[in-house]
Design a protein around this ligand. Structure first.
Ligand code: SF4
Ligand code: SF4
Length: 108
């Protein structure tokens, strides 16, 4: 699955990411201390997520070491590498991902 970077998962999933204080260009993931890894609970915006013109932007995507993070490896099992359907819906319909989450919670 190709993540289309709609921002939904960066808010709605529980995940482990790197503490913003440790972010730097030449970071070496294997050499980080334990406290450099933080738990982001579901429903909370990741500290690295910003929105520009309603488009999700990850502030750490541009670093070479990003490919070693769990976020990069976030995937789902499918027969082919197709676009994320949820992300496509959100992007094609210009859905505000925060409103989308609030509506989902109200329906639950
Ligand atoms: S690190 Fe980037 S991709 Fe991962 S949850 Fe945060 S904003 Fe999203
Ligand atoms: S819903 Fe899909 S496109 Fe959006 S962040 Fe998650 S994987 Fe990426």
């Amino acid at each position: 699955m190709k993540c289309l970077r709609c921002g939904y998962c960066c808010i709605n999933l529980s995940l482990v990411t790197i503490h913003p204080d440790y972010i730097k260009e030449d970071l070496i993931i294997n050499e980080l201390p334990e406290e450099a890894f933080i738990f982001k609970p579901d429903g909370e915006k990741c500290p690295h997520l910003t929105f520009e013109d309603n488009k999700a932007v990850c502030k750490i995507h541009q670093y070479n070491w990003y490919y070693q993070t769990p976020c990069y490896n976030h995937n789902q099992i499918e027969r082919k590498n197709s676009d994320c359907r949820l992300g496509k819906h959100i992007i094609d319909n210009n859905v505000n991902v925060f409103d989308f989450l609030i509506q989902q919670k109200r329906k639950a």
